[in-house]
Design a protein around this ligand. Sequence first.
Ligand code: ADP
Ligand code: MG
Length: 225
Amino acid sequence: MAIIGPTGTGKTHIALAVAEIRSYVMVVACKPKDSLVDDAVARGYYRIPGNQLEIPYVDNRPMHPKVVYWPMLPASVRQKLPKHKILGAEKAIQGPLVGGAIGYVRNAGNWCLVIDEGTWVCRDLKLQRDIDSALFQFRSLNASIIILGQRPAWMGRYVLSQPTHLFLFNTNDRDDRKALGDVSGVDSRAVETVVQQLDQKRHEFLYIDTRERKMYRSIAPARVS
Ligand SMILES: Nc1ncnc2c1ncn2[C@@H]1O[C@H](COP(=O)(O)OP(=O)(O)O)[C@@H](O)[C@H]1O
Ligand SMILES: [Mg+2]
């Protein structure tokens, strides 16, 4: 599944709501300040402490069926670095760790991996190929992936052609419209037309079921807490 739209449109909102139906969910957070982690914990997710991705199993079952993993540059390292080196150091640490999370789900199966910052993961952490193969292979490995990103043009071709469920928010960008030609199952020209009309402020999206070849223009219910 892919959820693509500008910041603040409601991608994370949809991802966490949809992930509820899965038994085992691993949410990967990447931003230096990430309200996603608090949101996930409020929903009962277990936050994996530190950068080491270790999930204890009891009787062949994960002790924590819903986890949030937030690999980051340790504060002690960050403090010692000059400001211009922090970004590079963050990427150097996160790249292999997020790659490890993708590898974990690939090998374990069963899990639903939620990549909240797909654009960052694909472009900045340079994990486009790992994401591509996840989009290709996870189904046959009985695993699933929900990938979120800002721009269709920035996340590789497979993000539009492989998912069985697509949520697209507004974009008028020319590169994005071109990329939408890769959407499978439905009339991509209709997709292109509708995404330009979507009301971003109202969190409106186009949902595409690529297997059923159906699409719906809709708005997710606001969270009832
Ligand atoms: N369908 C919706 N109805 C009302 N509020 C929403 C809806 N979707 C998202 N929001 C709110 O909008 C804000 C941004 O949503 P979020 O999911 O964090 O966006 P994104 O992940 O795309 O940046 C949050 O405060 C969220 O609660
Ligand atoms: Mg978000």
